[in-house]
Design a protein around this ligand. Structure first.
Ligand code: UDP
Length: 326
């Protein structure tokens, strides 16, 4: 049975493709390469470059590859077109699934659906009050799936990611966003001397060292949860929502210190202004995923996350770009 990975050329999607192939699945990748990288797509996956909002394109992909099967949904980030890309994209996708009798979807959601939490750890039953458009569109996408399930019986698992970091242990694929905005890659680019320093976005939060606290989860553990979710749906599990995090919080300063230890590099850091929309503390309660999906994260230390990310960054200082000769 084939699995379609939307966004399979992106950071998280590419890791999903490698793990699905590792366990013998047939994998089809759709990516418009706006933020994804062609080189991140495993050569054994069938690759289609195009946009999920394009009915005809997506119909062709489904006609060629799917009689009836399962889907791994992957998020598509575009800061200026969240609604169009996310909400309209999901709508077209669900239509195509109905047309081709594809009845299962594993969906990439986000901790951003919660907004500023009243307390931590955050459990799935807590209120969803997104403070960003991104979080809001993901919440709408979850609701779209719920309605489609009620009307047409498509079952879904929505996985609410906390802070995803790290890379495949072999170092062959990893995180490469352009421009890079995420903490761990920025810290490691600073360790490589590609940035003069890292700016810590605010040290006046109500946390022990004043910097924001986040819950970092290893991308390979995160993908393990997707495979468990796929098995769960294939075995007839009912639609549900799960947090994916490590249940432990680390401050920005703690992350920089951890990276100094792993890389043995001096990583200069300065304090800057708060970044708007950043909640002070986000920590997942992930017991539900462990209990219901049988998720067993095994790379839970921040040192391991940074070590694996460092393998990727130090062996691919230019990411997926070819070395530039000077
Ligand atoms: N952060 C920072 N400097 C940077 C990038 C990120 O201080 O150059 C902080 C950011 O404010 C947040 C944390 O690091 O508290 C994680 O940010 P990231 O963008 O990686 O993930 P997010 O929490 O936004 O999903």
């Amino acid at each position: 049975m084939s699995v379609l990975v939307l966004g399979g050329a992106g950071y998280i999607g590419s890791h999903a493709v490698y793990q699905l192939l590792d366990r013998g699945e047939t994998v089809v990748v759709v990516d418009n390469l706006e933020t994804g990288q062609r080189q991140a797509v495993h050569p054994d996956a069938a690759f289609y470059e195009g946009d999920v909002r394009d009915h005809d394109f997506l119909r062709t992909v489904f006609e060629k590859n799917f009689a009836a099967s399962s889907l791994v949904g992957e998020s598509m980030k575009d800061p200026l077109k969240y609604y169009d890309n996310n909400v309209s994209g999901t709508q077209v996708l669900l239509q195509m699934m109905l047309e081709h009798d594809v009845k299962k979807i594993v969906f990439s959601s986000t901790a951003a659906v919660y907004g500023e939490p009243e307390s931590v750890p955050i459990t799935e039953d807590m209120p969803t009050r997104p403070t960003s458009t991104y979080g809001e569109t993901k919440l709408i996408m979850e609701k779209l799936m719920k309605r489609t399930e009620e009307a047409h019986g498509i079952s879904f698992v929505s996985l609410r990611y906390f802070n995803v970091a790290g890379a495949r242990e072999t170092g062959e694929i990893g995180e490469d966003h352009r421009p890079e905005t995420h903490l761990v890659p920025i810290i490691l680019q600073t360790a490589l001397g590609q940035r003069p320093h890292i700016t810590i976005f605010g040290d006046d939060y109500d946390t022990p060292d004043g910097t924001c606290i986040r819950d970092y989860v290893h991308v390979e553990d995160l993908i393990d949860a997707h495979l468990s979710a796929l098995d769960y749906l294939r075995e007839g599990g009912k639609s549900d929502i799960f947090n994916l995090g490590s249940s432990e919080g680390f401050s920005v300063k703690e992350m920089i210190d951890a990276a100094r230890k792993v890389t043995r590099k001096d990583i200069p850091a300065g304090i800057g202004k708060r970044r708007s929309g950043d909640p002070s503390i986000l920590i997942a309660g992930s017991d539900k995923a462990k209990q219901v999906l049988g998720w067993r994260p095994s790379r839970t230390s921040v040192a391991k996350i940074i070590e694996d990310a460092w393998k990727w960054h130090s062996s691919h200082p230019n990411g997926y770009r070819k070395e530039v000769s000077t």
